[in-house]
Structures are given as C-alpha cells and as structure tokens.
Design a binder for this molecule. Structure first.
Ligand SMILES: *[C@@H]1O[C@H](CO)[C@@H](O)[C@H](O)[C@H]1NC(C)=O
Ligand SMILES: *[C@@H]1O[C@H](CO)[C@@H](O)[C@H](O)[C@H]1NC(C)=O
Ligand SMILES: *[C@@H]1O[C@H](CO)[C@@H](O)[C@H](O)[C@H]1NC(C)=O
Ligand SMILES: *[C@@H]1O[C@H](CO)[C@@H](O)[C@H](O)[C@H]1NC(C)=O
Ligand SMILES: *[C@@H]1O[C@H](CO)[C@@H](O)[C@H](O)[C@H]1NC(C)=O
Ligand SMILES: *[C@@H]1O[C@H](CO)[C@@H](O)[C@H](O)[C@H]1NC(C)=O
Ligand SMILES: *[C@@H]1O[C@H](CO)[C@@H](O)[C@H](O)[C@H]1NC(C)=O
Ligand SMILES: *[C@@H]1O[C@H](CO)[C@@H](O)[C@H](O)[C@H]1NC(C)=O
Ligand SMILES: *[C@@H]1O[C@H](CO)[C@@H](O)[C@H](O)[C@H]1NC(C)=O
Length: 748
C-alpha cells in the first residue's frame, strides 16, 4: 500500500514492534530472531520428528535445555526444513557451522509495498471462462490478513472447496471463520503474538484489497461513498482465496513470511500472490526468493510487487528480482481521479484527492494570511502556526506538508487546498474536503485571487473519475536495473496499480488514521502492491486454460503478449518490463519460453553462486556447481526478455553480446512456421539466427541465437530499446531487447 506518510509510519511502528518483541524474550535481552534453514524436507520425514530434531540442535547450540525451550519460535517442516529461534550471535554462528544446517540468517522486517481495471485490461465481465476449472484454482495470498464478511467475498454458486485443499481456517479476534470463497486463513505473527496479531483478520485493509483484486466475487454498486461506482470483481471471480497473514502494521517479518510459504505450498495453492517488499541483496538471504523457489519446485508461480521505490534519482530500486519470481510494476489505468476547485469568480481548477464530501461554498483564505505571526510562517498550515479565529469556517490554501487536514479540522476549518510542486498521481482521502493542486501553475492563481479579493470563496467538489487516453507508469513504481544478475531484466511486467478500487476491511478507517471514523467495504489504494494481484489473477486465468503449464510457461505467455508502454528513455523496459498485461491474449501465446529447476540452478552457478549459496536457495545438499556446464549466453537463462547491461565506464561502449533461447510450440496448429521481425534503434544491430522456425508437432522445441552488436549513437542515450517478434500471422510473440549503460558512463 502506498500512503501519504507510509514510510515514517512503518519505520516508527517497526521499532516499536521490535522493542516489544525483545521485551517478550526478556530472559535474554540480547537475543534476536533468526531463521535456521536446513534445506529440503528429508524423505519420509514428519513434522513431529522434525520439531524434535530442531529442539535437539537448538539445545546443543545453546547448552541449556530451559533456555532452548524458551528461545524456539517455530518449526517449519511442511514444505522445507527450518526453524526460527531467539539466538545470541555466537549461537547463530555455532548453528551455521553445524552439519545439516544450510544457513542461519537474522529475521528482518519487510515492507508492504477493482472494478474497472479488468475492463481496462480487455477482460469484460462476460469474458470466456473455464468456470469448472477456475473454481478449483486456489490463490494463496501472503499479506496482512482478510476480512471475509464483505460483498467481495460472497461465496454464492461456487460450491465447496476443491478436494486437493489441505489448508486450515483459523479463528481469532474479529475473525469467525471462512466460507467457500475464502477457504483458508492463518496468521503467522511469531514474534509479537497477541489477540490482534494472531488473528487472520485484516486490521490494515491491504490484504483484503489485494485478495479481492485477485479473486473477489462480482458485486454491483461497488464504490467508495459513490466514487468509482461500478461492478467490483476480481480477475478470477470463481477462484478460491487462502490468506496467509504474515504482516501487521509494522511490516512483515522474515520468520513469518517463511512460515506462510511453508504452509501455502503444502496446503495445495496453485498461485501465490505476495505484495511485500523483498530484499535487493542476494537471493540466498531473501526469504521471498527462497520461499518462491520451493513454490516453483512444486509448480506454483509466485507473483510479487516490484516495490514503490520510484525513479527519483536514487538509482535502481526494484526488489523481488529472482528469475523464478514474477516481478510486477505499476501503471495507471485509463481513468484518473480529479477533484475540482471552483473559486468565487467562477474559475475552476483541477486537483487530485479522494474527496467524498458534498460540495458547499465557504470563505477562502491562505495559511499566509491566517498566520499567527504576521510574517507568513503559516503558509504551510503547520501545527501552531495558524490563528484559529482566521481558520474557523474557512477553506485554507496551504503549501504542502503532512497531516494539515487534522490541524485545520481541529480549528474548525471547512476544507483545504494543498499546493504541491511534485506531480501527484495517486489519490487518497482526507478528513475534510481537500484537493491537491499543482504549484506554482495553479497554486499561484488561487493565491493571487485570495490576495486580490475582498471576500474570496471556494467550493471543493466531490472527486470525479475522468477517462483519459492510455496508460503511463506510476512514478512510485520501482525501476531496474538490478545487480544480482545484471543481464536479467526486472521488473518483468506491468499491471494497473494506481487508484484501484477493491474490497476493504471495516476494521480500519479509509484513510488508515485512527481519528478518522469513516469505514468502507471498498477503498481506493495505489502501489505496486495493487498491481501484483492483477498479475496473480491473470496467471490463474491462464492456468484455467492450461493446467499442465509450468510456472515459467505461464509467465512467458503473459510476458510475450504484453503491450509495451509508449513512453521512451527514462521509462523504457527498466520501468515496465515486457509491458502491460493482456490476460486474454496470454491464453493463446503460440510459443513459450520454458525454464525448469535445473536451468535455474545452471543460471545461479553461471552468475557466480557457489555450491554453498546454491544449497541455501534450493535446500538440496547434493547440488554442486562444479558439475554444471549448461548455461550459455550472456544471461544463461531461457528468459522471455533480452537485456544487456554494459558494465563499463567508457564514453562510447562497444555493444557485443550473444543470447541463446529455446521456444516451445504450444499453439493449436501443429505444423507452423514462425518468422522473426526485428525492430532495432539507431546504433544497435539485432541478429536472429535462424530467423525462421518451422514446427511440425505440438510441444516441439526450437532454439535460436540473438547477437547484439553496435555502438551508442551519442553521449546522451542511456538505453537502446528494440524488439524481436516471432510471428506465424496469428500469434505475435514479442521479446523486448534492451541495452543499457550505467548512468555516469557519459562522464556527466
Ligand atoms: C472487532 O472486535 C471487537 C472486539 O470484539 C468488536 O468490538 C468490534 O465491533 C469488531 N469489529 C468489527 C468490524 O467486527
Ligand atoms: C485476548 O485473549 C484472551 C484469552 O482468550 C482473553 O482473555 C482476553 O480478554 C483477550 N483480549 C482482548 C483485548 O480481546
Ligand atoms: C451506483 O450506480 C447504480 C447504477 O447506475 C445506482 O443505482 C446507484 O445508486 C449508484 N450508487 C451510488 C452510491 O452512487
Ligand atoms: C451528501 O448529500 C447526500 C444527499 O443530500 C447525502 O445523502 C449524503 O449523506 C451526503 N454526504 C456526506 C458525506 O455528507
Ligand atoms: C516568523 O517569526 C518567528 C518568530 O520570530 C520565526 O521563528 C520564524 O522563523 C519567522 N518565519 C518566517 C518565515 O520568517
Ligand atoms: C499573496 O500575499 C502574500 C502576503 O502578502 C504574499 O506573501 C504572497 O506572495 C502573495 N501571493 C500571490 C500569488 O500574490
Ligand atoms: C486518444 O486515443 C485515440 C485512439 O487511440 C487517438 O485517436 C487519439 O489521437 C488520442 N488522443 C490523444 C490526445 O492522444
Ligand atoms: C561461497 O560464497 C560465500 C560468499 O557468498 C563464501 O562465504 C563461501 O565461503 C563460499 N563457499 C565455498 C564453498 O566456496
Ligand atoms: C537434489 O538434487 C539431486 C540432483 O539434482 C536430485 O537427484 C535429488 O532428488 C534432489 N533432492 C531433493 C530432496 O530434492
């Protein structure tokens, strides 16, 4: 979720949480939560015996039975072998050196990062569905919990859960049980267990929103107090939801994320949706990378948010970058939210917010004029800077700062016009009528009107949605490149993540603030967290037509049929990957790029992971890089994108790279000829060999080689962006080709 003061809020709560958790383990206040990872499950092992094994190992490392009992947090053992415990640094070290222990790592906290969006994606309510199969698909959502008793989770007409389901439904505070839509719910808050954190109920709204975006039921008249009124539905409205709560307001602890993966994989979910910030560090220290690897081994695709780090000159920000993860960026839909401000002289200006109040005219003033001191110190309308008698009954014009709506509301103000220099894309609610306008273009006009008028007035109108042309990348959506595997393009794909209306939990106010009393079973949220479930649902939709496809094949189908966004240079593929998803086209991609477990392992060896790192990810102690020699080409992976990252400081770097790819014919026609069409920018030559691929049976594989050569045309260009399209005149299998050089290589 993306909130106005999210980072401050999350950071603050995180500290509180940790202090609380450590206090709980007060007998050893230096102890910290660690995961002791022991790899894949032993053949034929049961949970009970594993738990006893974990206890023995822990007792030996700590040297005290009683402390060992207190220190143990959790035994994993349904999908992989691990346990979590409160440890001192030397105990962690002892454990890490023990035979059978693959790795020991400190648990840290990760951040949390729809009516119309499905129509926008070309999936109308009446789209062709495999209803019988779709209702047997279970989407596991690792998030903040779920509130079941809302229209989005109505279970009418889908019958009892599929028989393959092995999960549980736990009860707890504000959570009385599941239904045939939400078939599973469990909470893992292993470090700070209390009535609230141990309940699967959603006290944040985030998990209810993401889960309903994936598989919410159809419900007409859905809106946030009338705004974005329409029919709400998830992408696969017949599919089932299993919620694994691993997060609370403080974020998501590694020990809980791993517990969620451990349970979900064993429970029998088909797709995993994880809108949680991962780590940009190496895969072997990232619980989402490890958990999703185990999921991939069981044929489960994990779709994750790319992160909300944006593009604001802070370098690469993309997270969740393992190649077996589907990494999702966020873009707008074709619908924008506009909150109009009308001045007393009849002029109207557009701003942005979620304003669900009715419009009324009130006297207007500025923070400058309402300053307590007469020197303009109130222009930000900050705490203690305004004269209450000049605020009461008025709409205030203020330069931007946090939480001004509360200050003005407390003084009896009637509304706020916030003037902000940075372009705003995502809209959120305030506790009084509000609109954010652009400074200085619009802000100065409003202030000049206030300065020059004897009795200025204004109306802040209710927010309207307006249809606009096309889609653009959200500025907050995290950008590549990433440096774990520099020639692997991340993010992979883009989906709507800006101003998305979906189900919401009435256990929290619509603004997330404690003193806001408004609740709703729908809310409008923005973030790559909202984009991820669109891709999870699309993957489930493709699965309902091709239940035998591997996670990589489903991912390939969605990537090669995605539509590139028309924005160039700063936004290129490092922002949107293959482009905006097209779920219907993805059911019939023609060719797919498949990747199996062995190929991922070859790739890991190629990018420099040694045998011990490899064990940390795969959990398999027999995997050994020295015996592997399969990965060829710049990236060593059969990925449906091609990315050459020139790691050079040269002013005029030479482009020279070779990539190898293999496609599988999954089309209906068994005998078919595909021809390559190349689109290359100035300076880049893309050669495909062979450039014609003839298939004479279904599932036949053909390989080709892509050679990139050339020179940068000038000093300014950073990215050379082209494509290869394999076409049989019915299918267009599009592979983006991107060549990048590091910022700074031009000497600027
Ligand atoms: C949540 O539980 C509390 C305590 O039982 C109760 O007072 C409250 O009404 C419940 N809220 C909702 C929305 O169910
Ligand atoms: C928390 O749970 C305990 C045990 O079930 C109960 O006694 C207590 O009243 C609960 N507290 C709240 C705030 O619901
Ligand atoms: C939403 O739209 C429907 C149909 O157009 C209408 O009947 C209903 O009153 C609207 N609801 C709100 C809250 O505006
Ligand atoms: C807006 O006005 C309508 C009709 O008068 C009323 O039903 C509704 O409650 C009002 N909304 C707010 C937020 O005051
Ligand atoms: C206004 O005056 C106060 C008190 O003298 C001072 O602290 C503040 O910095 C001044 N603000 C501006 C914008 O000049
Ligand atoms: C409005 O008046 C205030 C106070 O005199 C001044 O600081 C501000 O620059 C004026 N703004 C415009 C746009 O005229
Ligand atoms: C909007 O899209 C339509 C159809 O694609 C196109 O014809 C039109 O030129 C576009 N308008 C603008 C302002 O981009
Ligand atoms: C593998 O690499 C890690 C660093 O990632 C290093 O600490 C370790 O010693 C290496 N192991 C082997 C067997 O080379
Ligand atoms: C570990 O990898 C080896 C070689 O790839 C394989 O034969 C074996 O089945 C794997 N073991 C487990 C537990 O996955």
């Amino acid at each position: 979720m993306f909130n106005r003061n999210n980072s401050v809020f999350l950071f603050f709560s995180f500290n509180l949480c940790l202090v609380f958790a450590l206090h709980n383990a007060s007998s050893h206040n230096e102890r910290k939560p660690y995961v002791v990872y022991m790899g894949a499950l032993p053949a034929g092992g049961s949970k009970v015996s594993l738990s006893a094994v974990h206890h023995n190992i822990l007792s030996q490392a700590i040297g005290d039975e009683r402390i060992a009992v207190q220190s143990k947090i959790h035994s994993y053992g349904r999908s992989f072998n691990a346990f979590a415990a409160w440890l001192l640094p030397h105990e962690a070290k002892t454990l890490s050196e023990r035979r059978g222990v693959v790795s020991v790592f400190l648990s840290i906290k990760r951040k949390l990062h729809t009516t119309h969006s499905w129509d926008f994606l070309g999936m109308p309510t009446a789209v062709k569905r495999n209803f019988q199969i779709e209702r047997d698909i279970i989407v596991g959502v690792i998030d903040t919990g779920i509130y079941v008793d809302i229209p989005s989770f109505n279970d009418k007409g889908i019958g009892p859960p599929p028989t393959k389901w092995k999960g549980r439904c736990q009860t707890g505070l504000n959570f009385t049980g599941c239904n045939n839509k939400v078939i599973g719910a469990q909470a893992f808050n292993l470090l700070d267990n209390n009535n609230q954190s141990s309940s699967p109920a959603d006290f944040e709204g985030h998990g209810t929103h993401t889960a309903s975006t994936v598989a919410g039921s159809l419900h007409g008249g859905a809106s946030l107090y009338g705004l974005l009124n329409g029919t709400a539905r998830g992408g696969v409205p017949a599919a089932r939801i299993a919620m694994y709560r691993a997060c609370n307001e403080g974020g998501c602890a590694d020990v809980d994320i791993l517990a969620a993966f451990d349970a979900a994989i064993a429970d029998g979910v088909d797709i995993l949706s994880v809108s949680i910030g991962g780590s940009p560090a190496s895969y072997n220290e990232d619980p989402i990378a490890i958990g999703s690897f185990h999921a991939m081994q069981k044929g489960i695709l994990t779709s994750c948010s790319a992160g909300n780090g944006g593009d604001r000159g802070v370098g690469p920000t993309v997270t969740n970058v393992a190649p077996w993860i589907f990494t999702v960026a966020a873009a707008s839909t074709d619908r924008h939210l506009v909150t109009e401000v009308e001045l007393g002289d009849g002029r109207k200006f557009s701003g942005i917010s979620v304003n669900i109040f009715n419009s009324s005219s009130f006297p207007l003033t500025s923070g400058t004029l309402a300053s307590l001191l007469h020197n303009g110190s109130g222009r930000y309308c900050g705490e203690g800077t305004l004269d209450e008698s000049k605020v009461k009954g008025k709409i205030l014009y203020c330069l931007t700062q946090n939480r001004q709506d509360y200050i003005i509301e407390k003084m009896g103000g009637k509304g706020i016009i916030i003037s902000d220099q940075s372009p705003r894309q995502f809209a959120f609610p305030f506790i009084i009528p509000a609109s954010i306008v652009k400074f200085p273009e619009i802000g100065d006009k409003i202030e000049a009107y206030i300065n020059s008028t004897r009795q200025p007035t204004a109306v802040i109108h209710p927010t309207k949605s307006v249809k606009v042309n096309g889609s653009f990348m959200a500025s907050f959506s995290s950008r590549g490149p990433q440096f774990i595997a520099p020639n692997l393009l991340k993010p992979d794909i883009t989906a709507p993540g800006l101003n998305i209306l979906a189900g919401f939990s009435p256990l929290i106010s619509i603004s997330g603030e404690i003193d806001d009393t408004r609740t709703s079973v729908y809310n409008i949220l923005s973030g790559t967290s909202m984009a991820c479930p669109h891709v999870s649902a699309s993957a489930a939709y493709v699965t309902s037509f091709h239940s035998d496809w591997s996670p990589a094949a489903i991912k390939s189908a969605l990537m090669t049929t995605a539509k590139p966004l028309g924005v160039k240079d700063v936004d290129v593929e490092l922002a949107y990957g293959a482009g905006m998803i097209d779920p219907i086209a993805a059911t019939n991609p023609g060719l797919v790029f498949d990747i199996d477990e062995a190929a991922y392992i070859n790739f890991l060896c190629k990018i420099g992971y040694n045998s011990s790192n490899l064990r940390q990810i795969t959990g398999n102690t027999t995997k050994d890089c020295s015996r592997i020699s399969g990965a060829v080409g710049e990236d060593g992976l059969n990925y449906p994108t091609i990315n050459l990252n020139l790691n050079t400081v040269s002013n005029n770097p030479k482009i020279d790279g070779v990539f190898h790819r293999t496609v599988t014919n999954v089309g209906e026609v068994t005998s078919v000829v595909y021809k390559a069409t190349i689109e290359a920018p100035k300076g880049l030559s893309i050669e495909v060999s062979p450039s014609v691929l003839s298939f004479d049976s279904k599932n036949q594989k053909k390989s080709f080689q892509v050679s990139l050569t050339g020179n940068y045309p000038d000093e300014e260009t950073m990215h050379l962006s082209g494509s290869i399209i394999w076409s049989d005149s019915i299918h267009n299998v599009r592979i983006p080709v991107l060549v990048s050089r590091p910022a700074g290589s031009t000497g600027q």
